[in-house]
Design a protein around this ligand. Structure first.
Ligand SMILES: Nc1ncnc2c1ncn2[C@@H]1O[C@H](COP(=O)(O)OP(=O)(O)O)[C@@H](O)[C@H]1O
Ligand SMILES: [Mg+2]
Length: 238
């Protein structure tokens, strides 16, 4: 689905180039869940932008097997004057898609917000607002979901609940997901593939396939495999 080979990436600036990513290689199968972890400013968002085709690598090659991708950001960025349904239906309306009502209902069901379609964003908790923004991304039926610290603004408890929901959603929809996070445990819980980057210019500190079973629940947090992976990544980022 996605192959990056020896990618370097820099932004051109007046006082010289800003090196952002260095020697990035990875291979993701369709249906994979990649987490990207690394210090602030190491190029995580830039990497998602490259995968989305919004930026071009400076050197190296990048192959992405679909152009149908959707972004979810840290801030849900919902229209405050529009209902949940209207917010989710908006991209369909812009694209003049048919059967908007059914499609909106289907994704509301996926993010467990069927009862909340008529509510307005300010009537929802932060976690629910982020579920609306995930629904808005899913409604366009993307093959690839790019998520940039989507739960970074949520409290720990809500975040764990959202991790479980996202995991179930990923199992159900079989989407390929590239997910940026600062949370090591979130990355280990959610992913099939984990990429740990150094500080800028972001280089691969480690890239590995997660050995945890594909289907997970909250009991896995207490398992020795989970704890070991978390502590290995923490050591690398020190
Ligand atoms: N459009 C741009 N022009 C120049 N530099 C940029 C631009 N966007 C981001 N940067 C710089 O590139 C580096 C990586 O940014 P980013 O990919 O957003 O990192 P992260 O998401 O890991 O925090 C940062 O140092 C940032 O200041
Ligand atoms: Mg970022």
């Amino acid at each position: 689905m996605i192959t990056l080979s020896d990618i370097d990436f820099f932004y051109e600036a007046d006082n010289g180039n800003v090196d952002v990513l260095k020697d990035i290689s990875l291979t993701l199968k369709e249906g994979a869940f990649l987490s990207v972890i690394g210090p602030s400013g190491c190029g995580k968002t830039s990497l998602l932008r490259l995968i989305a085709g919004l930026e071009k690598p400076s050197t190296g090659t990048l192959e992405v097997g679909t152009q149908n991708s959707a972004f979810v950001f840290q801030q849900p960025a919902l229209l405050p004057w529009a209902s949940v349904e209207a917010n989710i239906g908006k991209p369909l309306k812009i694209a003049s898609v048919k059967n908007i009502k059914q499609k909106v209902e289907a994704v509301l069901d996926l993010v467990k917000l069927s009862e909340f379609g008529k509510k307005y964003p300010h009537q929802l908790s932060g976690g629910m607002q982020q579920r609306v923004s995930i629904a808005r991304a899913l409604v366009m039926e993307p093959e690839l979901l790019l998520m940039d610290e989507p739960f970074g603004a949520l409290d720990e408890m809500t975040r764990e609940a959202m991790n479980l929901e996202l995991h179930e959603l990923w199992l159900k929809t079989k989407k390929t997901i590239c997910f940026v996070t600062h949370s090591i445990s979130e990355a280990v819980f959610l992913s099939t593939d984990i990429l740990v980057l150094s500080s800028r210019p972001g280089k691969v500190l480690t890239y590995f396939k997660n050995q945890l079973p594909k289907e997970r629940d909250s009991e896995i947090y207490a398992s020795s495999e989970f704890i070991q992976q978390v502590s290995q990544i923490r050591q690398l980022l020190k």
